[in-house]
Write a protein of this length. Structure first.
Lengths: 639, 160
C-alpha cells in the first residue's frame, strides 16, 4: 500500500512532515555537493556528528548534507539554521568551536564568516553575501533547503504539488498551453522552444512515446546539471512526469554520465523513493496516469549529448549521430517519438506549473524568459554556480557576483558555450546575456559554462585547446568534422609551437567554412566557433605567434624561456628546491641559473620566486630564443 | 574475473541486449578493465556479436581493454583547469611517471588518464589520485603526492 495515492494523501503527508520538523530547531546544513566533498565536506559532516554525539545534542540539533548552493570557491560551506549563519571553508578542526560557540553559546565564530572585500566588514547571513544577493535563485535556491537524499524534505518545500495540479486539475493540452505561455526555451544549448518539441511528439501518430532527461553535461567547465540532479533529483523527476503527461509518454529515461557517481546514486534513490510512495508507477496520485523511469549511465563520449547520438546510446549502441530530416521528437529512441530536454529545462517545469507561466515570464528578456544558471569558473574570484535572470549583463556576472579577477590581473575575455561557443572580449562586457545576444556576438549560450580569462590566457592556445578536445570527441562518422577539425588543429599546433606560416590564418578560415557547411551534426557545425571568435577579437595574438614567435600571454611553452636575473637573485634556493625537473643550479650565496636544456618550462620557478625579488624572468619571442641559444652554447661556465 | 560475477551482472539487467553498455559499465566498475573472457560471456549470453562489443569498448572512454595499474591518476583537463595551468601539471605527471595518458607503467604502479572536467572547478587545477582530489596543485607538489600514495600516506583532500 503506497502512502501517497491522491491529492489528499499528498497534502496530508506534507502537513505531517511539516509538523514533525519544527523550523526553529537548530540545523547544521553542510554542502554535500561534489565540489565541497572534494574539499573535505564529508569529514566536516562526520566531525559534527561525533561532536554532537559526545555532547549529547543529537536529539536537539540535526545535521544535514544538502545540495550544492553554488559558492564552491569557499567550500566546505556550513549554514546554521534557523539564523542562516554562514561559515566558509570549514575544516574538521573548526567543528568543536562552532558547536560550542554558535550552537551552545549563541555567539558567532567571527573568523569563519565572509569578509566583504569592498568594505572589509563581516557578513553573517548567507543571503547577504554579495555572491548570493545579486542572484535570482529560482531553481538553485531549493538545493540548500533540502537534504538531497530525502523525499520528505522535498515534500516539505511544496514538492510534487505541481504534479498533483497537472495530473488532477489540468488536461495534457492545458499543461502544454501553460508551458507555451511561459515561453520556456531549452537550457541545453540551442534554446529551442520547449512546447514546440512537446507538441510535435504529442501529435505524432505512434502512441508509444518517450521522455528523456539529458544529463550528459559534456561541456568541460559546466556543472550546473550535476548540481541540480545531485542536489534536488526529485525536482527533475517531477518535471519529467509532468512532461510525460503532457506528451502522452509512459516511459522515461535519464541519461546521466557515469563520471557523476553521486548524481547517479541520488537520482536512482529518488526514483526508488517515488516508486515506493506511489509518485511513479501505475495510477499516479489516482489520476489513472502510468509512468516509469529508467536510468542509463553514459559511458563517456561528448557526442552522446547530441540528441540523436544520445538516443542511439540508449538503445545500447555506439552513440553516433544520424541525419535529422525527421526530428527525434517524431522518430527517436527505437524510432518512437521522443522528447529530449536538458536537466535545467526539466527543473523549470514544476515551477511554471506550480507558480504559473506569468510568474515565470516576469524574469528575463522579451525573447528569453526565466533564469539561467551559469558555472562561473577560471580566473575569477568567486568560482561557482550563478543563477540570474536572462538579460543580466556579463559585467554584472563577472564583477558584481564573481568579484572580478583575482591577483590584480586584467580581465581579457570570457568564454561561453563550451566547445561550440566563443570568446567575448572586454569591450563587450556590457552585453546582455541571453540566447540571442550571445549568438549575435559570435558565441553562444550553450549549457551555461562561463570561463573567465585574464591576461595570462593565450587566446590561440584556447582555440587549440577546444579543437584538441573536439578532435578527440568527434565520432568520426562524417568526413568534414573528422578531417576539418584535425586539419585546423594541425595548423593551431604549428602556430602555438612556433612553426606558423604566413597564410595560416586564411587557411583556418577556409577550413572553418567547410567544416561548418558540411558536417552532419552540431558538433562539427559549431566546432570552428572557438577559432572564429578568437580570430574575430584577438587576431593580433595569432599574428604575434606567427610572425614573431611570441606568445603575449606567456602561455605557449614552446615559445617561452625562463631566466634568472643575476642582479636580482638573492640565492634563497626556493626555485631550485621547487623545480620538478631539477634544472636549476646554485647554492647559498651563489646566484641561481636555469639549465635551458633540462628546463621543461613549467613555470614553477616564476611562480615561487618571492615577489620582493622578482628574479625569475618570463620571456617569449626573440628574447626567449636568444636566452635558449646562449645558455646551450656555454654549459661549462654555468655548471 | 569469475564467470558467476559476470552472470550476476547480466542477470541484474535481465540479459537484455539494449543494456549492453550498462552491463559493460558494471563489469568495468567491478574489475577496472574488460577481460576477453568476460566479453565472450557477454557476447554469448546477450547474443550480441563481438564486433559490436569491441565497437562500444573502443568508442566510449569509460572502458579499458587492458589491465590498469595499482593507482589511477586522473588529471583534469576541463577548461577551468586548463586556464589555470593543467597542461603544466599533466606534463609534470608524465615526466615523473614516464607514461602518457592512457598508459600504465611496466611495474603496474600508475595508470594515467586525462578527464574532461571533474566539476570541482573552484579547486583547479585538480589531480585525482585513487579517487582523492588534490586541488590547486602546482607542478612542484606533484612528486610528493605521487610518492605518498604508495606508502598509504595520501592525506585527506588538500586545498590551498
Ligand atoms: C555535440 C553535442 C553535445 C551536446 N551535449 C549536451 C549535453 O551534454 N547536455 C544537454 O542538455 N544538451 C546537449 N546537447 C544539446 C542536445 O542535442 C539537445 O539539443 C538538448 O539536450 C535538448 O534539450 P533542451 O531543448 O532542453 O535544451 C549537445 C549537442 C551537441 C551537438
Amino acid at each position: 500500500m503506497c502512502r501517497i495515492c491522491s491529492a489528499e494523501t499528498l497534502e496530508k503527508t506534507r502537513q505531517e512532515i511539516r509538523l514533525r520538523s519544527d523550523p526553529s530547531t537548530p540545523c547544521i546544513a553542510v554542502c554535500a555537493g561534489a565540489g565541497c566533498l572534494a574539499s573535505g565536506a564529508a569529514e566536516v559532516i562526520a566531525a559534527f556528528e561525533v561532536e554532537l554525539e559526545s555532547r549529547g545534542l543529537t536529539a536537539a540539533i540535526t545535521t544535514r548534507g544538502t545540495g550544492c548552493p553554488g559558492f564552491c570557491e569557499r567550500g566546505p560551506i556550513v549554514v546554521i539554521h534557523p539564523q542562516e549563519i554562514c561559515y566558509l571553508q570549514v575544516k574538521p578542526a573548526d567543528v568543536a568551536e562552532i558547536v560550542a560557540t554558535t550552537l551552545v553559546d549563541k555567539q558567532l565564530v567571527e573568523r569563519l564568516l565572509y569578509v566583504d572585500p569592498a568594505t572589509g566588514s563581516k557578513i553573517t547571513r548567507e543571503a547577504d553575501i554579495p555572491f548570493y544577493k545579486n542572484q535570482q535563485r529560482n531553481i538553485l535556491g531549493a538545493n540548500s533547503r533540502i537534504d538531497s537524499k530525502s523525499l520528505d524534505d522535498y515534500l516539505a518545500i511544496d514538492g510534487y504539488a505541481a504534479l498533483a495540479k497537472a495530473l488532477l486539475q489540468m488536461s495534457p493540452d492545458q499543461v502544454l498551453e501553460e508551458i507555451k505561455r511561459s515561453n520556456l526555451r531549452g537550457r541545453g544549448g540551442g534554446g529551442f522552444p520547449v512546447w514546440r518539441k512537446w507538441a510535435e511528439s504529442r501529435n505524432a501518430a505512434d502512441p508509444t512515446r518517450y521522455v528523456i532527461v539529458n544529463a550528459d553535461e559534456g561541456d568541460p567547465g559546466a556543472f550546473m546539471d550535476r548540481a541540480l540532479i545531485e542536489g534536488n533529483p526529485h525536482s527533475i523527476l517531477e518535471g519529467l512526469i509532468i512532461g510525460a503527461y503532457a506528451v502522452g509518454a509512459h516511459q522515461g529515461f535519464i541519461y546521466v554520465r557515469q563520471e557523476y557517481p553521486l548524481a547517479v546514486e541520488n537520482v536512482n534513490l529518488a526514483i526508488r523513493q517515488a516508486e515506493k510512495s506511489g509518485l511513479l508507477g501505475n495510477d499516479i496520485l489516482g489520476s489513472g496516469f502510468d509512468f516509469r523511469v529508467q536510468v542509463h549511465k553514459g559511458a563517456g563520449a561528448f557526442v552522446c549529448g547530441e540528441s540523436s547520438a544520445l538516443m542511439t546510446a540508449l538503445e545500447g549502441r555506439a552513440g553516433e549521430p544520424r541525419p535529422k530530416y525527421i526530428h527525434t521528437a517524431v522518430k527517436g529512441v527505437w524510432d518512437k517519438p521522443s522528447v529530449l530536454n536538458n536537466v535545467e529545462t526539466w527543473a523549470n517545469v514544476p515551477l511554471i506549473i506550480h507558480q504559473s507561466a506569468d510568474w515565470f515570464a516576469q524574469f528575463g528578456t522579451a525573447g528569453c524568459k526565466g533564469t539561467k544558471i551559469f558555472s562561473l569558473v577560471g580566473k575569477i574570484t568567486n568560482t561557482g554556480l550563478v543563477e540570474v535572470p536572462m538579460g543580466v549583463s556579463l559585467r554584472q556576472i563577472v564583477e558584481q557576483i564573481g568579484g572580478g579577477i583575482p591577483a590584480g590581473k586584467r580581465f581579457k575575455a570570457v568564454q561561453t558555450g563550451g566547445p561550440s561557443g566563443g570568446c567575448i572580449p572586454a569591450s563587450q562586457l556590457d552585453l546582455k546575456v541571453d540566447f540571442d545576444e550571445l549568438t549575435k556576438a559570435g558565441s553562444m549560450m550553450g549549457s551555461g559554462g562561463m570561463i573567465v580569462m585574464d591576461e595570462d590566457t593565450c587566446m590561440v592556445d584556447i582555440a587549440r585547446y577546444f579543437l584538441n578536445f573536439l578532435q578527440d570527441e568527434s565520432c568520426g562518422k562524417c568526413t568534414p568534422c573528422r578531417e576539418g577539425i584535425r586539419q585546423m588543429l594541425k595548423v593551431l599546433n604549428d602556430i602555438t609551437t612556433g612553426k606558423g606560416h604566413e597564410g595560416d590564418i586564411e587557411l583556418l578560415e577556409d577550413l572553418a567554412a567547410t567544416t561548418i557547411g558540411a558536417s552532419l551534426c552540431a558538433l562539427g557545425k559549431s566546432a570552428p566557433n572557438p577559432v572564429l571568435s578568437t580570430l574575430k577579437y584577438f587576431r593580433h595574438e595569432y599574428e604575434e605567434h606567427i610572425k614573431n614567435k611570441n606568445c603575449p600571454a606567456y602561455a605557449c611553452k614552446s615559445l617561452l624561456a625562463f631566466n634568472i636575473d643575476a642582479d636580482k637573485c638573492k640565492a634563497c634556493g626556493t626555485c631550485r628546491r621547487s623545480c620538478p625537473a631539477a634544472a636549476i643550479s646554485g647554492a647559498k650565496q651563489q646566484v641561481h641559473v636555469v639549465d635551458q636544456q633540462k628546463c621543461t618550462r613549467c613555470g614553477t620557478c616564476f611562480s615561487v620566486c618571492p615577489s620582493a625579488f622578482g628574479a625569475v624572468q618570463r620571456l617569449s619571442g626573440a628574447a626567449a630564443a636568444s636566452v635558449s641559444a646562449t645558455m646551450t652554447l656555454a654549459p661549462e661556465e654555468t655548471g | 574475473m569469475e564467470s558467476a560475477t559476470i552472470d550476476q551482472i547480466i542477470d541484474k539487467h535481465r540479459g537484455e541486449a539494449s543494456s549492453l553498455i550498462q552491463i559493460m559499465l558494471d563489469i568495468q566498475g567491478e574489475h577496472h578493465w574488460l577481460p576477453r573472457e568476460a566479453l565472450d560471456r557477454v557476447s554469448e549470453r546477450l547474443q550480441v556479436p563481438m564486433s559490436r562489443i569491441k565497437h562500444i569498448a573502443t568508442f566510449y572512454k569509460a572502458f579499458s581493454l587492458v589491465p590498469k595499474g595499482r593507482h589511477e591518476v586522473h588529471v583534469c583537463m576541463g577548461t577551468a583547469c586548463h586556464v589555470r595551468g593543467a597542461q603544466r601539471v599533466l606534463d609534470t605527471v608524465q615526466d615523473l611517471t614516464g607514461i602518457s595518458p592512457g598508459e600504465t607503467d611496466p611495474e603496474m604502479k600508475f595508470s594515467l588518464e586525462t578527464v574532461n572536467c571533474l566539476g570541482c572547478c573552484a579547486l583547479g587545477p585538480v589531480v585525482e589520485l585513487d579517487g582523492k582530489h588534490h586541488g590547486n596543485i602546482d607542478p612542484g607538489q606533484i612528486a610528493t603526492v605521487l610518492e605518498n600514495c604508495e606508502q598509504g600516506k595520501s592525506q585527506g583532500p588538500t586545498t590551498r
